[in-house]
Design a protein around this ligand. Sequence first.
Ligand SMILES: CC(=O)N[C@@H](C)C(=O)N[C@@H](C)C(=O)N[C@@H](C)C(=O)O
Length: 696
Amino acid sequence: MTPDTNSPTPVKPKTPFHDLDHFVAIPRLSGLAVNADGTRLVTSVATLNSKCNAYVSALWELDPEGNSPARRITRSAKGESGAAFLVNGDLLFTSTRPDPENSDEDPVSALWKLPAQGGEARIVHSRRGGVQGVVAARKADAAVVVAEVLAGSSDEKDDDERRKARKEAGVEAILHTGYPVRHWDADLGPAEPRFFVVEEGEQEALKPATVDEQPQLALCNVTVGMGTSLRNNSPCISPDGAVIITGQTVPTGKGDQRTVLVRIDSATGDRTVILDSPDYDYDAGPVSPDNSTVVVVISRRTGPTTPPDVKLGLLPVNGGPLAPLAADWDAWPSPAAWLPDGSGLIVTADDDGASPVFTLDVATGAVRRVTQDAASYTDVVVSPDGATAYALRSSYEFPPEVVRIDLASGTVTPLPGPVERPALSGRLERVDTTGEDGHPVKSYLVLPAGAGGSSPAPLLLWIHGGPLGSWNAWTWRWSPWLLAAKGYAVLLPDPALSTGYGQKMIERGWGAWGDAPFTDIMAATDAVVARPDIDESRTAAMGGSFGGYMANWVAGHTDRFNAIVTHASLWALDQFGPTTDASFYWEKEMTPEMALANSPHAHVEKISTPMLVIHGDKDYRVPIGEGLRLWYELLSKSALPADANGETDHRFLYFPDENHWILKPQHAKIWYGVVEHFLARHVLGEKVEVPAELGL
Ligand SMILES: CC(=O)N[C@@H](C)C(=O)N[C@@H](C)C(=O)N[C@@H](C)C(=O)O
């Protein structure tokens, strides 16, 4: 065949951040499971499908010793996730891949098992309503499956028939009697979550056996009649499998709710409320190796002048007083695992732009920081001898990777994984400044290659969401390295309300979003634009979600930026409060007075900066009404309205089938492409075409 000399030879970009196709193709790791004897580690790796229009995850096994390369252990077009090792080494996971032995049914998420001895995975339980997840006991042959049942169904057979009838009738309607009715991008109901204990199935008596015929596992519902109360609550199973501890969310009237802690007997389904307070919500952490004690996450319930606070406690599983643990530690810890001898806990907590691993001594409450680097650790699991932990580690300099942590020395060693760290398009610095009240404010600053006194870089201010969060880990959603590849510096400040800087940092911004959170961000910007390697005359402010709220507030309170990008943003607080998916969460802080004093929409007349508004129609967290109203009010009421011909400098990038995130890789490329076009025009004064796929 004659080679086609007209087609350009593909050129490898300098870094994956110099080319969106290469960026969206970087594999993404999540989750980590270790088997009982500590010899096997499994993580989930999401990669682009062959059409490059969705991510598909597969399970990969890594060598805990770090000697052998990682190897892929599952493969299917639909993907696999939620890996959990049974005590005998078999690996359970969930997948919607079709059952090779039953191709008639529409594929739903089923429970699969990959035998420890090798061989192919097979379906071990499938039901019309699907299976959401599975957790396994550490020391006993026991596991709990989370799956949903239709509210009116009496048992699995009835559930199956009702689902079939609903599907055949084409009915999607849901009749609600309570709150909430939506979550992120999911419509809640008529199905409700239940916990099922996994049991051996029975061979169908009259069915002729074949050589490898094995009965499906049976699921026994141990949470009958729990209504909607297990929504967003996960089961914690004791190492001996005898009890399940979980949060249970109960209504408290007027659309509000709180979460109590419940113990469920795995054999009988008997349940007992073991913690209940009008002032705190409780969540279950892991149960101690001797099955006696559960670690509890205690979250203070908030009010207009009461910010949240998070502490840990230890509670006897069979009843007794809740003992505070490390009560004086000024951090919000998240428990990961017990040390196998029961002497301590492994926890993570946001801390000064990182989320390190700590150990807590259960006898004394002493806190010891184990990992010393400026990285964030998640999915921490521990080896059976308690000497080593394994975790996913990421920072602004590298995406999640699996690491081994020596718990005594704190030495962290990356394990050979499925993917190398990508080369970056610049470098990262920490920036220290102070807010108006003298409180320290810290930021990260991404600098593009070549930024310096003779070629100062244009600056993008990125404002994080939450607002109770921190720029402390890699994110695929807003990657500063893509913009650094285009020559921008990106400032990532942690203002008032950010986590990892103590309770005072939260208090400074509670109920006063337009005050310290805003002035801290401006202080960080002032500090950075004073540098010789930053160009103060070419700047933009950008934020998503609560960060979009703040971008809108910035737009109405200063014209120092050349452009504003606001994604999934809160605009009119009196409207956002009652229409978000979790009004009870916001309305405790947002009194009518607070909403009025801090609502960006009240300042629309002062907006004179071009704004790029981005919103997904399926966003239930920040409903589309915020984006629609912002867009109309910008065009009709701002200081930069649409002109007599309907022309405007503002732009609205609308995603009809995306939610709070932009999940489809082809849409992520559009997002970055339009952002680059808008910034080039208003910040650099340059022309960059919008992506051709927009059809413009
Ligand atoms: C219940 C609730 O609303 N929780 C908040 C953490 C939340 O979702 N806030 C959003 C408005 C937000 O800012 N989310 C951030 C984390 C994001 O980047 O999406």
